[in-house]
Design a protein around this ligand. Structure first.
Ligand code: GTP
Ligand code: MG
Length: 408
């Protein structure tokens, strides 16, 4: 506030959250720089929870830069990437999952990702994790009697009841964990590899799915030599489309290299679109080598009458729906209401919680005393706390915020 007051004339900290117009000048030379709009927020009612002054300058290149230079001359410093959001987390204005959602919302390249990020920003995932945490604490309370009276044959809480409570919370953690593959795909884009024999129409379909003539198409088999990757939004979901060199035993060195690249992409694919003009004898052999789900499509439908045509667009809409269903089917089924795990960080924490829950049950059935078994429940709670960001070491914060842009 004090710094801003050195540069703004007039300066109105009161009433807070009210826009005022001011002249921004250099504090040293008094040179006028811009007519700006400014708002003062008093702690804790601001994005970061601290006193904040927000200044809107005119756009362009030199004016904002000169405004920043004037504020730096007054004693300010430029923010680090994600510093505002990091402060918001440290001041308890939002949890770590909401901070991640803020970055996801800014980065969102598809409607599905934006909706998902907004849901997480609204604490969708945070609330689910808080509920799971409470369930585990209740489970801990159930066995507390055993800990206090270990000599009693059977406490007031039957082993069946403990088992049922354990099984319920374990199931819910596992359900959430199962959303991880598609949730992470939502942030990175599903890797869709287009494969098939030479000249099948792969590049044509790649272009049709992209909506631009990105890959070269010719009637000569072996046109595509190297894999081409491009981002596409299909049915509102993000994809990374890869067009590959037709798979065959090539004599020519360059083409052989291209086919090698294709195989590497195939190994990493989330799903494969196998294109064939007619019944392809090598198809089954190909399918047997691929781990990812495969969608088989007949190309050149305008000539044969069935399948998809890159020329007329016939069958394309249905193909898109199929691709979205295969890559993101679980998310489509869950809708936008159920929380989803969207980062490796989330997945690893939930895996840890699940492993501790299983270790708890193994200890119970293995005759380990209740106090020792309960330590696994503690560890499961700690894993969830780290995920929400209740107890977050600095290096985790560093990693989360390093991906932010400056100014958020
Ligand atoms: N009529 C018709 N021709 C098509 C269609 N799709 C592709 N073609 C033609 O088929 C030939 C091969 O198409 P590409 O898209 O280059 O096939 P490709 O599978 O990428 O071929 P390679 O890169 O050589 O492996 C070209 O002459 C295209 O014009 C289609 O839907 N209808
Ligand atoms: Mg091609």
């Amino acid at each position: 506030m004090l710094l801003a007051a050195r540069c703004l004339e007039p300066f109105h900290p009161d009433p807070p959250r009210t826009v005022f117009r001011a002249r921004l000048s250099h504090p040293g030379s008094a040179e006028p720089i811009d007519d700006v709009l400014a708002v003062c927020y008093a702690a804790p009612h601001s994005y970061t929870g601290e006193d904040v002054v927000e200044i809107s300058t005119h756009g362009g290149l030199t004016t904002p830069a000169a405004a920043v230079a004037a504020l730096v001359a007054a004693g300010a410093r430029p923010a680090e990437p994600g510093e505002f959001t990091r402060r918001a987390v440290l001041n308890g204005k939002m949890d770590l999952l909401q901070a991640e959602a803020t970055a996801d919302l800014i980065d969102a390249g598809s409607p599905a990702q934006r909706r998902r990020a907004l849901h997480q920003l609204d604490r969708g995932l945070s609330e689910r994790l808080a509920a799971l945490r409470t369930e585990i604490l209740e489970l801990e309370a159930l066995i507390a009697y055993d800990i206090d009276f270990p000599e009693e044959d059977e406490g007031p809480v039957s082993p069946e009841r403990v088992r049922a409570a354990w099984s319920a919370v374990r199931g819910r953690v596992a359900d959430l964990l199962r959303t991880a593959p598609e949730g992470e795909r939502l942030r990175e884009g599903a890797l869709l590899v287009i494969a098939g024999p030479p000249n099948a129409g792969k590049s044509s379909l790649f272009n049709a799915l992209l909506g631009t003539e990105r890959a070269i198409v010719t009637e000569i088999p072996g046109t595509t030599r190297d894999a081409i990757e491009a981002h596409a939004v299909i049915e509102g979901f993000p994809f990374r489309l890869v067009d590959t060199a037709g798979l065959r035993d090539a004599d020519e060195r360059i083409e052989r290299l291209g086919i090698e690249v294709s195989r590497k992409y195939l190994a990493a694919a989330d799903l494969v679109l196998f294109c064939e003009e007619r019944d392809e004898p090598s198809r089954d052999e190909f399918l047997a080598q691929v781990q990812a789900p495969v969608v088989v499509v007949r190309t050149k439908a305008d000539l044969t009458g069935t399948g998809v045509s890159a020329v007329t667009g016939a069958g394309l809409a249905e193909l898109k729906r199929r691709l979205a269903a295969v890559a993101f089917g679980r998310l489509v089924a869950l809708g936008d209401v159920e929380p989803v795990v969207t980062r490796a960080r989330h997945r690893l924490a939930l895996e840890r919680a699940l492993a501790e829950l299983d270790a708890f049950q193994a200890a119970r059935t293995g005759g380990v005393d209740s106090a020792a078994a309960a330590t696994h429940l503690r560890a499961a709670v700690t894993a969830l706390d780290a995920l929400i960001g209740a107890v977050t070491p600095d290096d985790v914060l560093d990693r989360v915020f390093s991906a932010f842009c400056v100014g958020k």
